[in-house]
Design a protein around this ligand. Structure first.
Ligand code: BG6
Length: 500
């Protein structure tokens, strides 16, 4: 597709936010140092953080402000691009940083004193295990740190099933009302995921085709080349279905399948997503084998390097039944999607990291090129979320030159990196600022999380009933053969993602 320059009025328009205090509980943890601090640094560097705002790390470790600042710097150097890290911006950012240990005597009093009492926006980011969300919120409440301008941010896993997710939501809901609770799904912060809404609702071209009348099926793939690394303890209690499908993949499915909201407002968008989640057909134990494949990697090679199998990873019990891969044939039971399967798959130790949504349109209704019948492939739109974000729309075209009327699918290729010559911000950058702005559109509402669990629970029950082990696949391949059979039984194939 021809490359267009972005008009300067669209370039890096920074919408100012009001002054705020941003407290990160678990301030010395991996998420805080790898994602949150770099995101806040970038927003500061772009001039979005107003003078006087503060970022306060809080954790159990007993250390002073200077030691914390040194730790943050060490991580920023690692996680911010070389060209974006400079001493001047760092000095301004460090100025905002503070640290409080909540475990020392008077720790919470110290936190209270560290916070401004001028009625400014106050964010509490709970980058801590969900088991202590409730007690942390209780202490925030007990120290009278909650007012109308206060927000709390929580991360997945919000439970391991419907029941435990209700417990967690209740434990936070005892102190904060829904309008103050920001449940992060970092996939919603990804630029291309937001672009899905632009594609569907800011273009009139596709929406009339976005139905069972024109679409044969939809595929959503989130493949990762990494294994579980050092996260065995967490991952083995979770597995691919809880870790990726119940949240990230279902959110993608919602954005693909939802009706047009009345406006791009938090409740309007979330109401429409909720309807999709509620329309997901339950996959009962009797349907499990025909609709779900659980897999687990054994040793193999990824990117030319040998890697160990799941069972050899650190922290995995010998009797583990946890899946590192899952493929699902799902249905959204409503008028728009009746009869259109959604094939979902995600896994660790796949050949490469790639996330994409494939909209597979129907075949032409009547062939006027009978001799070339095999060449007439149905149209397909591939929305690439990562890496190399972009959209490819495959159209049938005539191959130039003599030699008969030969055809092949050729992509209209929109590469965002080429179209917008700018840095692609991490999803967290957008999301942390949305919390400060008080915009909940890209955060999950309680009823959404619970509806997603209601569906996931039926699959998990089916899996428990079966009492078998996941099917094995060699690391560096696209999953177990049963997952290929899952889609091929229907006369379809998984889209082989192309390297750009
Ligand atoms: C997290 C999961 O939510 O998402 C991880 O817990 C996974 O297991 C990660 O690796 C994938 O995120 P991204 O942004 O790298 O696609």
């Amino acid at each position: 597709m021809h490359q267009h320059q972005v008009p300067s009025r669209f370039k890096a328009k920074i919408i100012p936010v009001s002054i705020f205090d941003f407290v990160v509980f678990g301030g010395t943890g991996d998420l805080a140092l790898r994602k949150l601090m770099p995101s806040l640094y970038y927003r500061d560097k772009d001039g979005q953080i107003p003078t006087g705002s503060r970022i306060i790390g809080a954790s159990r470790s007993d250390m002073d402000r200077a030691a914390y600042i040194a730790i943050v710097k060490e991580h920023l150097v690692k996680h911010v691009r070389d060209e974006d890290f400079n001493e001047e911006c760092w000095a301004a950012f460090a100025e905002r940083l503070d640290y409080v240990s909540t475990e020392v005597p008077n720790g919470w009093q110290n936190l209270k004193q560290a916070l401004a009492a001028d009625g400014r926006i106050r964010v509490f980011y709970l980058s801590v295990p969900p088991g202590i969300f409730g007690s942390t919120c209780g202490k925030i409440h007990q120290h009278k740190l909650i007012d109308d301008q206060t927000r709390v941010v929580i991360e997945k896993p919000i439970g391991r099933d419907l029941e435990t997710s209700c417990e967690i939501n209740d434990s936070v809901g005892n102190y904060f009302h829904e309008g103050q609770i920001y449940r992060i799904d970092h996939y919603l912060g990804k630029e291309t995921v937001q672009n899905l809404m632009a594609l569907r609702f800011a273009n009139s071209l596709f929406e009339p085709l976005w139905t069972r009348n024109w679409i044969d099926h939809i595929q959503i793939t989130v493949a990762e080349s990494i294994g579980i690394g050092t996260r065995g303890g967490y991952y083995d209690k979770s597995g691919a279905l809880r870790d990726m499908v119940q949240n990230h993949i279902l959110q993608l499915l919602c954005l693909v399948a939802m009706e047009t909201p009345k406006e791009f407002g938090a409740n309007e968008v979330r109401d429409e997503k909720l309807k999709v989640l509620r329309a997901l057909r339950k996959i009962g134990p009797e349907d499990f084998k025909s609709h779900v494949v659980m897999g687990r990697y054994r040793e193999g090679a990824v990117g030319g390097r040998p890697v160990i199998g799941y069972m050899e990873e650190k922290g995995i019990p010998e009797d583990s039944r946890t899946e590192s891969y899952v493929a699902i044939k799902a249905h959204v039971d409503n008028w728009r999607w009746a009869g259109v399967p959604f094939y979902l798959r995600t896994g660790k130790r796949m050949p490469r990291r790639t996330s994409e949504i494939v909209i597979q349109f129907k075949k032409v209704p009547h062939l006027i090129f009978p001799r070339n019948a095999d060449e007439v492939a149905p149209n397909r739109m591939v929305i690439r979320l990562q890496p190399d974000e972009g959209i490819r729309l495959y159209l049938m075209t005539k191959v130039p030159g003599p030699g008969g009327f030969r055809m092949q699918p050729t992509p209209l290729d929109l590469s965002f990196a080429e179209a917008f010559k700018m840095r692609y911000p991490d999803g967290y950058e957008r999301l942390v600022m949305d919390v400060v702005r008080g915009n909940q559109t890209l955060f999950m509402r309680r009823d959404e999380v619970e509806a997603a669990w209601m569906w996931a629970d039926t699959i998990l029950n089916g899996w428990d009933n079966l009492n078998t082990f996941p099917q094995s696949y060699t690391a560096g391949t696209w999953g177990p053969s049963a997952a290929i059979a899952l889609i091929e039984r229907d006369g379809r194939t998984w889209y082989e993602s192309e390297k750009r």
